[in-house]
Design a protein around this ligand. Structure first.
Ligand code: NAP
Length: 265
């Protein structure tokens, strides 16, 4: 039996176990997906133990995505993003990867949103913001970053060849933008949006990384403005799809994983 899992804190309400187990069931794989919540001080021991026990792959979530980067060999993308969300134990040494980037790119691709040479605005510069900015820049978009803490926006913007901005600049940035990603936590469990509704327009494709609720205030405003909308469950789904494919070398049963994920949301 193969064993995969998730390391983070808290992980109790994670949607990754049902999403991945739906894939195993669909493909008839003899595999399980379990959650682990080690203390921060035990993270390195936990990874060594996972390797020694023959665990095949681990996802990594808050608050360990940055710390794991310093504990395993990381691929070029995870090194550039500065965060690991997937560890693969199949080689002689564990390797760290970042499938949040693929999650953003595949979420847009699934909605037929082209990114090459498009003007993109990322609002938020934390973990999700970094993944979104690299996803868009690597796909060939021109990326501007806005954040409550402008210094963090400037740092991320520099990493992806754009400019950092304050949140107040977002309406003017959006005027001639094609793509918007909300990567702040604004709208999570509240009916707030980080972007004024009147800054949204029909030529935008809007991805909200927030997925609780699925139809956030931002996405409802975007829909009303005639924009294309992509909810955060698509990003969550496709980061899991990319991890599944990395670990198993097989095409993921995307529909089965999506069905279970949306049923849980
Ligand atoms: P994070 O690293 O803690 O970053 C939080 C971001 O939100 C920062 O840019 C922060 O700005 C900003 N922010 C927080 N409160 C704000 C407020 N009141 N006004 C304006 N900006 C505010 O968190 P994260 O991991 O990037 O997660 C951000 C969101 O994305 C969460 O809702 C999370 O659930 C979601 N997410 C979704 C996926 C997915 O697969 N769909 C994956 C990862 C995360 P400062 O820098 O100024 O603090």
């Amino acid at each position: 039996m193969q064993v995969f899992g998730l390391v983070g804190s808290p992980v109790e309400h994670s949607l990754s176990p049902p999403m991945h187990e739906a894939a195993y069931e669909e493909l008839g794989l003899d595999a399980r997906y379990v959650t682990f919540e080690p203390a921060r001080a035990d993270l390195e021991a936990a990874l060594l133990g996972a390797d020694a026990l023959g665990i095949d792959g681990l996802n990594v979530t808050i608050p360990f995505k940055q710390a794991v980067r310093d504990l395993v060999d990381v691929d070029d993308l995870a090194a550039r993003v500065g965060a690991v969300n997937t560890v693969d134990f199949s080689g002689s040494e564990p390797t760290g990867h970042n499938t949040d980037v693929a999650g953003v790119q595949r979420a847009f691709a699934h909605h037929d949103v082209a990114l090459a040479e498009r003007r993109a605005v990322v609002v938020g510069a934390g973990g999700a913001g970094r993944a979104a900015a690299f996803a868009l820049a690597d796909a060939g978009a021109d990326v501007q970053v806005a954040n409550r803490t402008v210094e963090t926006a400037a740092e991320l913007a520099e990493d992806v060849g754009g400019t950092g901005h304050a949140l107040d600049d977002v309406p003017s940035l959006l005027a001639d933008a094609d793509v918007l990603v909300n990567a702040t936590s604004v709208g999570m469990e509240t009916d707030e949006s980080p972007v004024p509704a009147d800054a949204l327009h029909a030529d935008l494709a809007v991805l909200d990384a927030v997925y609780t609720p699925l139809r956030t205030r931002l996405l409802r405003d975007a829909e009303a403005a005639g924009a294309t909308t992509v909810d955060g469950a698509w990003m969550l789904l496709f980061q899991g799809v990319a991890a599944f494919e990395l670990w198993t070398g097989r095409d993921a049963p995307v529909d089965a994983m999506n069905r279970v994920l949306r049923a849980r949301l």
